[in-house]
Design a binder for this molecule. Structure first.
Ligand code: ARG
Length: 463
């Protein structure tokens, strides 16, 4: 494809340089944004009297037919073009003749690429928000369907205190709600139109940037043309939000991997979302969870790459910026793929409440409750803590658990202990008594369901 920018340069570029310089293989996915942007640009040019109305009409018709042909597959991308912007313009000119060349009036590829990437990212933010909402809905369903399941809550991966499985699931719901919130916030700064910044300094034509921005659904325009073509903060914010989503999925994945092991046995992942081993017939591997954990590294890499690309480039546009799209697209693709696999994987996951309860019963997990019981009887908490510790040591030495330690043994530890200690040590009681707001009692967990439901409704109404 002949270069549109030949003018000053007379000599031919090397095919090696052409190949190195080309971005169409990456940015062709923004073809729809590129074409819609051009349609709005043609409309604005005509409204402002910069081109004639009938010329705008021809341009828009031509652009529309290109869009259609690309969608139906009647037209293929010409991979010898430098980028998607060059491709669309060249195709338009070959279809319309000279009038096609008028489209690029009062515009530069610098503001064009900035526009396309913002439109593309904004649409993907909306898609990812929708996917996260579904993920939270599955978590709610899982929690509501397993309201009675009690599992060990851990600190340091040591059994700490009993919690409702539903409570644990709601912890993840809170994380993903924050992720939605982060994306919505980043969307605000993505939703700013750079078009009309032109190469960097604005233009001599009397354009209407507000009109063009509004036609494309933007909330505002970039108020400084140099910043308009240079700003990629929203990419960093988006990939940072994507990294946080991945970090949440990765922590969850780590738990699913542990829980599905024979050592835990808390959950069984469905056959549809596990794999076998080519040599060990007994195996059922949690590959999907492991891959999500692994892919987290990719997205972190995207973030670090973006920050690094931007840190040294002077204002305004520099070709380094062409690289950014790959990182943004990779983060988008990876996050979407992971959430896409998570939703059905969780929906089909079997919760093994018995195995959870077994783990709860053998971990002296109610030792805090014993200390609290003694404290209520008037023993200072630090002393109560010691006595409870001695009780656990006795259990370990005799192979008992706190619930089965004989009353005489308790009495020997402290006279204040009475028969009602067994009621206090009952696992269900331990859970049910944690009624503090945000705690693990069913009452508090039901409140969390309501909170999550309300947040979801709020986000859905806003989107
Ligand atoms: N392909 C370029 C990119 O993705 C488009 C903008 C190029 N502008 C320029 N003056 N070379 O960044």
């Amino acid at each position: 494809m002949a270069k549109m920018w030949t003018g000053r340069t007379g000599g031919e570029t090397s095919p090696i340089a052409d190949d190195f310089n080309s971005s169409i293989g990456v940015d062709c996915r923004m073809y729809q944004q590129d074409i819609e942007g051009s349609m709005a640009h043609a409309t604005m040019l005509a409204k402002q009297g910069i081109i004639a109305f009938d010329e705008a009409e021809q341009l828009i018709k031509g652009l529309d037919s290109i869009l259609n042909d690309l969608k139906t597959g009647a037209l293929d991308f010409d991979m010898t073009c430098e980028d998607i912007h060059m491709f669309v313009e060249a195709e338009l000119t070959s279809r319309l003749g000279a009038v096609g060349k008028k489209l690029h009036t009062a515009r530069s590829r610098n503001d064009q690429v900035a526009l396309d990437l913002r439109m593309y990212t904004k649409a993907e933010i909306d898609t990812i928000i929708g996917m996260l909402e579904k993920l939270v809905e599955v978590l709610l369903m899982l929690a509501k369907n397993n309201q009675d399941a009690i599992m060990p809550g851990y600190t340091h991966l040591q059994r700490a205190q009993p919690v409702l499985f539903a409570h644990h699931m709601m912890a993840y719901a809170m994380m993903f709600l924050r992720d939605i919130d982060r994306l919505m916030d980043c969307r605000k700064r993505t939703n700013v139109s750079p078009i009309g910044s032109c190469a960097l300094a604005g233009t001599t034509y009397e354009t209407d940037r507000f009109f063009e921005a509004e036609a494309l659904g933007f909330g505002d325009i970039a108020r400084n043309s140099i910043d308009g073509v240079s700003d990629r903060d929203y990419c960093i914010e988006f990939v940072s939000a994507a990294s946080t989503i991945m970090m949440h999925l990765s922590r969850f994945s780590e738990e699913l991997v542990l829980w599905s092991s024979s050592e835990f046995g808390f959950i069984t992942l469905s056959d549809a979302f596990t794999t076998g081993s080519s040599i060990m017939p007994q195996k059922k591997n949690p590959d999907m969870a492991e891959l999500c954990r692994g892919k987290t590294g990719r997205v972190y890499g995207d973030l670090v790459a973006l920050l690094t690309i931007l840190k040294g480039i002077p204002l305004a546009y520099n070709k380094d910026m062409q690289e950014e799209k790959e990182m943004v697209f990779d983060a988008i693709d990876t996050v979407k793929k992971c959430i896409e696999v998570y939703i059905p994987m969780l929906a089909e996951m079997q919760v093994n409440a018995d195995a959870m309860l077994n783990a709860v019963k053998t971990g002296y997990i109610n030792a805090t409750d014993l200390a609290d019981y003694l404290a209520v009887k008037g023993i200072p908490f630090r002393d109560a803590y010691k006595i409870a510790g001695q009780a656990v040591a006795t259990c370990i030495a005799t192979g008992a658990v706190l619930e089965t330690l004989p009353i005489e043994t308790y009495k020997a530890l402290n006279e204040a202990i009475e028969e009602d200690v067994y009621q206090a040590l009952d696992i269900k009681t331990c859970v049910e008594r944690r009624i503090s707001t945000g705690g693990t009692s069913l009452k508090s967990v039901l409140e969390q369901f309501e909170y999550v439901d309300a947040k979801l409704a709020e986000y859905k109404a806003a989107n």
